[in-house]
Design a binder for this molecule. Structure first.
Ligand code: G6P
Length: 603
């Protein structure tokens, strides 16, 4: 997961390349670089560290109308200056940026070295410029040399290349995302749309096997053999303001506070409280009547949303499991054509999740993806796609997309249950009005939260535990994941009832326990929290104001009294705020936690 940007057009490319890199930094931020074409050939500037550092280190303003840039999340070779992209051949005639993994790079490198090509990095990527140069040296024109080189690569890639003296970019996609942005006389290539949203909202999503040649006259779309193919542009409705940080110190805080809007967008037109109906118009009535079992596959935060969706389905009487996508290849339960496999993925590009999705397809299951990104690989490969409409999420730690995923999975679960049973589940009538009031309930949490004070009070703790039961359990896992991701402190989530089966040994006065109450056997969760409290742990109850836990707990984070299917989502907003403020007190780089990337496109 790296970020690629390329630009061809009139005027200097530098500004749009650097803007693109800043907008893509969520994809990786351990090194960055750019290369621009000017009268004297290709000029490469690259270094380890963030885009900011690259920007500062570019002394003389670089000029050139064509350029490429890259922000890296290391896979082959540590984040050094030499391993930063763009990579070039020895004479800097060819420059390349790449996202993905070239699996046969060792064999290619050996062959190229034997032919006299000298390497200067430890990356798999560096074979690409040398290979292109190899074919240029053999007398091929640049486009054919690029195609020949691409043809020899095995693995996953999104690649953009340029050749000295040409006003052209060459690009190819196989397994890693790449999009084209089109503006009058100006063209962009990027890993993701926010890279160039300031400049254009007209986008073409490339597919695996596509090769494009871009110059100032336009974009030529072909397959690997050079046969023309048709790709149509779409207008994205994300505005640059939405993708920017606005007045907030961090994208994460901005995205937490956007949840009333993103949830309203997620449910708009999809629920009909007056007639107690779920109006998922993406699916014809009866779409899911033959479904016998549902398997969810996902990673990270999306896995917690998947677990949420799976519990909703089980409670609605539909057999369902949530599986970590990266475990699916070794432990997938049996599937048949009555199995629906739902890939939950914010980006739609997570390699582990795509791999599980492909396995499910190969085994004959029906597939569906719940994703945020229209045009993503998951959306294109699954039989059906349901979009969560959360808008761009830039903070590496997922926030607003979790709540939108969980709500959409709640709707989908109820819809699957309705189709199978031939009638809506009995509790739908009470659920839908509560769902419609969720944006307001989240607003209330955001307005009155005591999360900042609680984060400060427990700043010096040794570890942070999160417990919940039923739908509170995935929320406990998510609360702990958020906390560890951005504070680097030790945090764990447990099913409330499990606390006494081992984790209680860890509990001390220096381990606050956040207990989530969703209205599902709360008396048992309260008992579990008290068991921790008796051993000295401070208890933070996340529950409505008139809940019995308020009397018992040391601290209280308030949520509205709502349907148990939704209470966890309000609790989750409180926990997101606790994590945010705790990380802020520790002065952590909240939007870009160390070692993590927003979108992980390697297995
Ligand atoms: C990475 C991110 C996580 C995210 C996970 C799954 O690990 O750091 O925040 O939850 O990928 O991403 P997806 O795009 O599939 O939801």
């Amino acid at each position: 997961m790296c970020g690629i940007i390329g630009r061809v057009g009139d005027g200097n490319a530098l500004e749009s390349l650097l803007t693109g890199l800043e907008n893509l930094e969520y994809r990786g931020y351990d090194s960055a670089g750019i290369a621009v074409q000017n009268g004297s050939g290709i000029n490469v500037q690259k270094r380890s560290g963030k885009v900011e550092e690259l920007k500062e280190s570019i002394g003389e303003p670089l000029r050139g109308e064509v350029g490429i840039g890259h922000t890296r999340w290391s896979t082959h070779g540590p984040p050094t200056d030499a391993n930063a992209h763009p990579h070039t051949d020895e004479s800097e005639d060819v420059a390349v940026v790449h996202n993905g993994i070239i699996e046969n790079y060792a064999a290619l490198r050996e062959r190229l070295v034997a032919n006299g090509y000298a390497f200067s990095s430890e990356t798999d990527t560096e074979v690409i410029p040398h290979l292109i140069q190899y074919y240029l040296d053999a007398g091929l024109d640049s486009e054919t040399a690029f195609r020949q080189a691409i043809d020899e690569l095995e693995g996953n890639y999104a690649i953009t290349a340029m050749v000295s003296g040409e006003h052209v970019l060459y690009a190819a996609r196989q397994g890693s995302p790449l999009v084209v942005g089109i503006e009058d006389g100006e063209y962009f290539l990027a890993s993701d749309v926010p890279a160039f949203l300031e400049y254009t909202d007209s986008v073409v999503y490339l597919e695996d096997g596509d090769v494009v040649v871009v110059d100032e006259d336009g974009v030529e779309f072909t397959d690997l053999d050079g046969n023309p193919i048709t790709r149509t542009s779409e207008t994205v409705d994300w505005d640059p303001e939405q993708a920017g940080k606005g007045a907030y110190d961090h994208f994460m805080l901005k995205e937490i506070t956007e949840q009333p809007t993103s949830l309203a967008q997620a449910i708009e037109g999809r629920i009909d409280p007056t007639n107690s109906r779920i109006a998922l118009s993406d699916f014809e009535p009866g779409t899911f009547e033959e479904i016998d079992t549902v398997q969810f596959v996902a990673c990270g935060t999306s896995y917690h949303a998947a677990l949420y969706g799976s519990l909703i389905l089980n409670q609605a009487g539909v057999r369902s499991t949530a599986l970590l996508a990266n475990e699916y290849s070794v432990s997938a339960p049996p599937t048949d054509d009555d199995t629906l496999v739902i890939a939950v993925t914010q980006s739609g590009e997570t390699a582990d999740t795509l791999s599980a999705l492909r396995q499910a397809t190969a085994e004959g299951a029906r597939t569906l993806t719940v994703t945020n990104v229209v045009g993503s690989t998951a959306a294109r490969e699954a039989d059906d796609a349901l979009f969560i409409r959360a808008g761009p999420e830039i903070g590496v730690a997922a926030t607003k997309t979790f709540s939108s995923q969980a709500v959409i999975l709640t709707l989908l679960g109820q819809r699957i249950a309705s189709d199978r049973q031939g009638e809506p589940p009995a509790d739908l009538e009470s659920l839908l009005p509560e769902l419609a009031s969720m944006p307001g309930a989240i607003d209330d949490v955001l307005d009155d939260s005591d999360a900042a004070a609680i984060a400060e009070r427990y700043e010096d703790s040794q570890a942070y535990f999160f417990i919940g039961r039923g739908l509170g359990y995935p929320v406990a896992l998510e609360g702990a994941l958020k906390f560890k991701e951005i504070t680097y402190e030790h945090a764990e989530g447990f099913a409330s009832g499990e606390l006494k089966h081992g984790p209680l040994a860890l509990v001390t006065p220096a381990t606050p326990v956040f207990a989530i109450f969703t209205g599902e056997e709360d008396e048992k969760t309260l008992k579990n929290a008290e068991e921790a409290q008796t051993r000295g742990a401070p208890v933070v109850a996340v529950c409505p104001a008139d809940h019995p836990a308020v009397e018992v707990a040391d601290e209280h984070l308030e949520i509205a009294d709502t349907d148990p299917d939704l209470a966890g989502l309000l609790a989750n907003v409180q926990l997101q705020l606790v994590s945010y403020h705790a990380a802020d007190l520790l002065d952590r780089p909240i939007d870009k936690p160390r070692n993590l990337a927003k979108s992980v496109t390697v297995e």
